[in-house]
Design a protein around this ligand. Structure first.
Ligand code: PLP
Length: 356
């Protein structure tokens, strides 16, 4: 089988598996004061240092969560409610049109729930990059919060987050890096070879923030609940490991005939979003799967939905073409054989389609 869906989830790296196995053999709640508790706590704090180090922040700024979705919700709700508490109300929430659904849905819900909070959409260009020229981010009264992802999960297009001033939230799930100008940064372990179900939110000094889960005082009192010790250990072991270059992606795209989305702009080196015109993505997915090649149609989370991707729609791609869009994403264990198998399977699919 050829697994080419690393943006949906990346296989567990051996270092992460080993760290998790070690952590699983420790019995203790990280909040307990006895030796077992202290051992568990040490595992959590060592991983926190590794995450903090990779992100260029102090360990105290890292809040472990159950994944990217929770980190995104925590950033948005935490910021808006935190600002209410300090009296520096956030009145406008700018969210890019290409954000992950976990950001879009939470932003929309918040603007329904919080009186006086307005949602503004930052449009995208045809290449899938946010169009800052057509948006005034700080116009009007009250504070604004801007939510822009570091890189898009469907096209891989890298976003100019470092050019944004003011209160900024960066979903860095697909591009975990240092973002000095961001007040909030979300991460997810399973996109980088760590386990599923664990992530983190980084909240910088001075950023308004209100905890959402209360009780046990874990995570510096900012996210209660017993930590996922083994998951956190795997996250720490996976972050900061070498990422791949564009060799495999370029070899793959060299063999494609149809349109490639976002090709003209800087992209993640592992991601290729393309269309096989005239073949519905569901059909391609199934045919490639039968041929042993696992890819995705747009975001994995929207697979199964008939609606074409909101990202491609924001780029002005027609519904007809967007319905034929696939995403291939490589990762730490991908090989040239995977690329060649995918290209051969696509060629067989296209040949069958032409013969039909
Ligand atoms: N943000 C982006 C950009 C993503 O690609 C994903 C996963 O698809 C998420 C957030 C959600 O992360 P998780 O699966 O850890 O909840």
């Amino acid at each position: 089988m050829h697994y080419l869906d690393h943006n949906a989830t990346s296989p567990l790296r051996p270092e992460a598996r080993e760290a998790m196995e070690r952590a699983l053999s420790v019995t203790g709640n990280p909040s307990s004061v006895h030796a077992g508790g202290r051992a568990a706590r040490r595992i959590v704090e060592e991983a926190r240092e590794l995450v903090a180090d990779a992100m260029g922040v102090a360990p105290g700024k890292v809040i472990f969560t159950s994944g990217g979705t929770e980190a995104n919700a925590l950033a948005l709700r935490g910021a808006v409610e935190g600002a209410l508490e300090t009296g520096e109300r956030i009145t406008r929430l700018f969210v890019s049109a290409i954000e992950h659904d976990s950001v879009r849905a939470m932003a929309a819900a918040l603007t329904e729930r919080v009186p006086g909070l307005r949602l503004e959409t930052i449009p995208a260009t045809a290449d899938g990059v946010i169009d800052l020229a057509s948006t005034t981010l700080n116009e009007g009264k009250g504070r604004a919060l801007v939510a822009v992802m570091a890189a898009n999960n469907e096209t891989g297009a890298i976003q100019p987050v470092e050019t944004i001033d003011g209160l900024l939230f960066v979903d860095a799930v697909q591009k975990p890096d240092r973002y000095d100008n961001a007040s909030y940064i979300s991460l997810s372990a399973h996109k980088l070879g760590g386990p599923q179900g664990v992530g983190a939110l980084i909240v910088k000094d001075g950023a308004p923030f209100a905890a959402q889960l209360l009780g046990g005082g874990q995570e510096h009192g900012l996210r209660a609940g017993t930590q996922n010790v083994a998951g956190i250990a795997g996250f720490g072991a996976a972050i900061g490991r070498a990422r791949i270059d564009s060799t495999l992606r370029d070899r793959f795209e060299g063999g494609l005939k149809g349109p490639i989305f976002g090709k003209a702009v800087p992209r993640l080196p592992n991601t290729s979003c393309f269309a096989l015109p005239g073949i519905a993505a569901e059909t391609s997915l199934m045919a490639l799967d039968l041929d042993g090649v696992m890819v995705s149609s747009g975001a994995a989370c929207s697979s199964g939905k008939v609606k074409p991707s909101h990202v491609l729609a924001a780029m002005g791609v027609s519904d007809d073409l967007a319905r034929c869009a696939l995403r291939v994403s490589f990762g730490w264990n991908s090989t040239e054989a995977d690329v060649d198998a995918a290209l051969a399977a696509i060629a067989r699919l296209e040949a069958r389609r032409e013969a039909a």
